[in-house]
Design a protein around this ligand. Structure first.
Ligand code: SF4
Ligand code: FES
Length: 241
């Protein structure tokens, strides 16, 4: 018999060892997240998945579910914290949604809508970030990187290439490429790599077939991000590829 815990009063079944967020998503209940993907080891960096569990604030992507645990997630206070985190992400990078190829298929944009973020709130950093267009099939626009390390994990754990890493600290943290001259073009990166389609924002941009799905008809244009099951767009269907 599976065990259960509660999120916002709803009983959620779980298997031993499952995290709060994975059990919740499996049960069809959305908890906001950006650095988490059920196929990869938890990273615990974006803090968007914060919940109150047993009276403590924890990350739902790293906290194991436990029998009888009472979790609060979709409360005004917790969503206000999440909204602040998203507002910080928007000013730390250069996110120009109206002109972004990923608009409508971007999880940062979609979670901002979900949290009813109306504006940036903090002064923009306008950091200088690079665009690497050296690869024949994919351009990297690092203006949008939120340092979630999903591409790092995908390249290392699935593709077996270990092509990406985060270098620097604080506001200087940035994505680097493990290649002879630091560009994607001189690496053995392939458009078939898992890392090519895991980015939750618009860093990895296909050079062919952009806008195949017009803005206005993409996944999060059609439904909000809390419709669980379509949290992670499928390449070629709903993203900008
Ligand atoms: Fe995450 Fe995308 Fe940045 Fe990689 S490029 S760390 S997937 S936001
Ligand atoms: Fe849990 Fe990012 S989704 S910290």
């Amino acid at each position: 018999m599976s065990q259960t815990f509660e999120i916002d009063g709803q009983a959620i079944p779980f298997e031993p060892g499952q995290t709060i967020i994975d059990a919740s998503l499996t049960a069809g209940l959305y908890i906001p997240h950006l650095c988490h993907h059920p196929e990869f080891t938890p990273h615990g960096s974006c803090r968007l998945c914060i919940v109150e569990a047993g009276g403590r604030m924890v990350s739902a992507c790293t906290q194991p579910a436990a029998e009888g645990l009472k979790v609060l997630s979709n409360t005004e206070a917790i969503n206000a914290e999440r909204r602040t985190l998203v507002q910080m992400l928007f000013v730390e990078g250069n996110h120009t949604c109206p002109g972004c190829e990923k608009s409508g298929a971007c999880q940062l944009q979609a979670v901002a809508y979900y949290l009813q973020m109306l504006g940036p709130r903090f002064p923009h950093f306008y950091p200088l970030r690079e665009v690497d267009a050296s690869h024949p099939e994919i351009a990297l626009d690092l203006n949008r990187c939120i340092l979630c390390e999903l591409c790092v994990r995908a390249s290392r754990d699935v593709d077996g290439k270990d092509l990406f890493a985060i270098a620097g600290r604080g506001t200087g943290a940035h994505l680097v490429i493990n290649s002879p001259d630091g560009t994607l073009g001189s690496s053995n990166f392939s458009i078939e790599d898992r890392a090519a389609e895991i980015c939750p924002v618009g860093v990895f941009l296909r050079k062919d077939g952009s806008y195949q799905v017009p803005i206005g008809e993409r996944l999060y244009d059609r439904q909000p991000i809390d419709v669980v099951g379509d949290v992670h767009p499928v390449e070629g269907e709903d993203d900008n590829g």
